[in-house]
Design a binder for this molecule. Structure first.
Ligand code: ATP
Ligand code: MG
Length: 194
């Protein structure tokens, strides 16, 4: 199952994306994850990016310039939950090691907002059973992945080895740029949902 299928699935994120107003975000997700385009995707993609051809490969990094209240935090939360829950990262982890998926917010307020979206998404019954622990800034999942929402992009967070780093990030207060970095080993993993 790809992220757009998850966003349309009635038992997953489907009820949250019912409104046609999410159409542009669906185009973004199809482009970001190199999912075959739907009708009208190409025109919007060309218009927003200045690029001409639909991506053939999943992006590793994307900068999104969006207006206030455009849905950045919510969509970053959806991407984070999808990446955390729908793949098997165990082959990349040593014994006892956990994968860390970070959503990096610029301040406590943004971190709180994203934490709430992620908490809400993880309460969807099909996903709730994956949550082992909720802490102040993180959720431990039962697939050896922890979603972390630290309030600041501190150097210590960068100390996490590259092999374990994948994140979505909202850089600075009031700014309208979201950076989304995807794991390059994401694609070959066996999807957990069918
Ligand atoms: N395209 C959309 N269709 C329907 N609702 C949307 C859409 N975009 C955003 N929303 C709603 O608007 C609200 C704000 O979304 P969100 O917090 O993700 O925005 P944001 O871009 O992070 O805002 P801010 O600029 O304040 O950080 C949420 O309730 C979200 O569901
Ligand atoms: Mg926000």
């Amino acid at each position: 199952m790809n992220i757009v299928e998850a966003c349309k699935h009635p038992d997953l994120f489907g009820p949250l994306f019912k409104n046609a107003s999410w159409r542009a975000w669906m185009t973004l997700l199809r482009a970001l994850f190199a999912i075959p385009m739907a009708k009208d995707d190409l025109a919007l993609y060309q218009d927003c990016t200045g690029r001409t051809t639909w991506p053939k490969k999943q992006f590793k990094e994307a900068f999104l310039i969006c207006g206030r209240r455009a849905g950045k935090s919510f969509c970053m939360a959806v991407i984070a939950v999808f990446l955390a829950c729908f793949f098997n990262y165990r082959p990349y982890l040593n014994i006892g090691e956990r994968g860390t998926l970070m959503v990096i917010a610029a301040d406590r307020k943004q971190a709180r907002t994203i934490m709430r979206y992620i908490r809400g998404l993880l309460q969807i019954p099909a996903l709730a059973k994956m949550v082992d622990n909720e802490r102040a800034e993180s959720f431990d999942l039962n697939n050896m992945v922890t979603i972390e929402i630290p309030p600041l992009h501190t150097p210590q967070r960068e100390d996490i080895p590259l092999s374990q780093r994948w994140w979505t990030k909202l850089p600075s207060p009031g700014r309208t740029i979201a950076l989304c970095r995807l794991p390059n080993f994401c694609a070959p993993c066996a999807p957990r949902w069918r």
